[in-house]
Design a protein around this ligand. Structure first.
Ligand SMILES: NC(=O)c1ccc[n+]([C@@H]2O[C@H](COP(=O)([O-])OP(=O)(O)OC[C@H]3O[C@@H](n4cnc5c(N)ncnc54)[C@H](OP(=O)(O)O)[C@@H]3O)[C@@H](O)[C@H]2O)c1
Length: 313
C-alpha cells in the first residue's frame, strides 16, 4: 500500500482509506455486523492505515467498532463532529457542544490522541464564528488531536475553511464531480492542505454496473438523490469512461479510482465498500503506483467526458 503526505501535517497516510458510512448501514441499507467487522479487519490486513468515520455513523457505533477492532499503533482515524443527535438532529458548531462531542468520540475510539478531527459539513455562515477553530487549535496544542479540518460540501465552504487555517479537507471528488477540487488546486498546494477524496465511485454509479432502470429504496440515500431522467442521463454518460479502458485499466471502477489517485493533491481516496469482496475489488483495481492513468489516457478520458456533457459539478 503506497503512502502519501497529508498536506503539511507531517502525517503519512495510506493512499487508500476505508470509509465507514456504508458499513454503518445508515447510508445504503443494512450491513450484517460480521461483514462490517470482516471488512475492517481485511482493510488492516491489506495495509490500509487510514479509517474515516463520524460520530453520527450508526449513532457512534462505527467509532465504537473502530475503537475495538483497529490496532492503534498501526492505524489512524479521521472522525467528524458537529451534528447533535440528542433529540431532533441539528448542526452545532459551538465550542461547548464540540468539546463534549469530542470527548465522547475519543472515548468510543479508545484513543488518547484522535489523529484527525473534521467539522462535519458546516454551512458557510457557521464558519464565520471562530470558536470551533479555536477549540480545534487548543485540542491540537494539548496533543489530543494531531490535525484538524473540515468536511466541505461546497467550494465556498472549502475555500473559507482554508482561509481559517484548516489543515485537512474532505470533499467529494471523482471523474464526474471534479470542478470544485480543480478550482482549489492552487490553494491546496500553496497552503499545504491535505485532501481526503470521498465518493470516488459517485455512490456506486461509476462502477458502471447500473442500468437506467435501477431502483433504490429507503434507507438507501440514493432513493432521493436522482429522479429517473437524471439517473438515465448519468448512466448514459458512463460510456465516456470507456475511453480510458485497456492495458492496466481493466474496469470502469479502475478508471474511477485511478482518476482520483492520479491527482497528486489527493492524500487519500476514501473508499466506500460494503463488504470484503467490494474492498478487494477496489484495492485490486486502484493499481499500485503512478502513473495511475498515463497522460494520453487522461486526455482521452477528459475529452470523452466533455463530449458526453459531464461538466464536473
Ligand atoms: N460528508 C462527509 O464527510 C462524507 C460524505 C459521504 C461519504 N463520506 C466518507 O466517504 C466514504 C465513501 O463515500 P461514498 O459512500 O460516497 O463512496 P462511493 O465509493 O462513491 O460509493 C459507495 C458505494 O459504491 C458501491 N461500491 C463500493 N465498492 C464497489 C465495488 N467494488 N464494485 C461496485 N460497486 C461498489 C456500493 O454501492 P452498492 O451498495 O450499490 O454496491 C457502495 O455503497 C464513506 O464511507 C464515508 O466514510 C464522507
Amino acid at each position: 500500500m503506497r503512502k502519501r503526505q497529508l498536506g503539511k501535517t507531517g502525517i503519512e497516510v495510506s493512499e487508500l482509506a476505508l470509509g465507514t458510512w456504508g458499513l454503518s448501514g445508515d447510508a445504503y441499507g443494512p450491513v450484517p455486523e460480521a461483514e462490517a467487522d470482516r471488512t475492517i479487519d481485511r482493510a488492516v490486513a491489506l495495509g490500509i492505515t487510514l479509517f474515516d468515520t463520524a460520530d453520527v455513523y450508526a449513532q457512534g457505533g462505527m467509532e465504537r467498532k473502530l475503537g475495538k477492532r483497529l490496532p492503534a499503533q498501526r492505524t489512524m482515524v479521521v472522525t467528524k463532529l458537529g451534528t447533535n443527535l440528542d433529540g431532533y438532529p441539528e448542526k452545532n458548531f459551538t465550542s461547548q457542544y464540540l468539546y463534549t462531542a469530542f470527548e465522547r468520540a475519543q472515548d468510543r475510539l479508545k484513543r488518547d490522541c484522535v489523529d484527525i478531527v473534521l467539522l462535519h459539513n458546516p454551512s458557510l455562515a457557521s464558519l464565520d464564528n471562530d470558536e470551533a477553530f479555536t477549540l480545534m487549535k487548543r485540542l491540537k496544542s494539548e496533543a489530543r488531536i494531531r490535525a484538524w479540518g473540515v468536511s466541505a460540501g461546497s467550494y465556498e465552504v472549502a475555500e473559507k475553511a482554508i482561509d481559517k487555517g484548516c489543515e485537512v479537507l474532505e470533499m467529494a471528488y471523482n471523474c464526474f464531480l471534479f470542478r470544485d477540487v480543480k478550482k482549489l488546486a492552487v490553494k491546496l498546494r500553496t497552503e499545504g492542505v491535505g485532501l481526503l477524496a470521498r465518493s470516488v465511485l459517485g455512490y456506486g454509479l461509476l462502477a458502471g454496473h447500473w442500468t437506467a432502470e435501477r431502483e433504490f429504496y429507503p434507507p438507501d440515500h440514493r432513493a432521493d438523490r436522482w429522479n429517473q431522467d437524471e439517473l438515465r442521463r448519468r448512466v448514459e454518460q458512463i460510456d465516456a469512461m470507456r475511453a480510458a479502458l485497456g492495458g492496466p485499466v481493466p474496469t470502469l471502477r479502475s478508471v474511477a479510482l485511478r482518476y482520483v489517485l492520479q491527482n497528486e493533491r489527493v492524500s487519500a481516496a476514501v473508499l466506500g465498500p460494503r463488504n470484503v469482496t467490494q474492498l478487494d475489488q477496489l484495492v485490486r483495481d486502484a493499481g499500485r503506483m503512478p502513473p495511475y492513468l498515463y497522460p494520453p489516457t487522461m486526455a482521452k478520458l477528459e475529452a470523452a467526458l466533455l463530449a458526453h456533457g459531464v461538466t464536473g459539478e
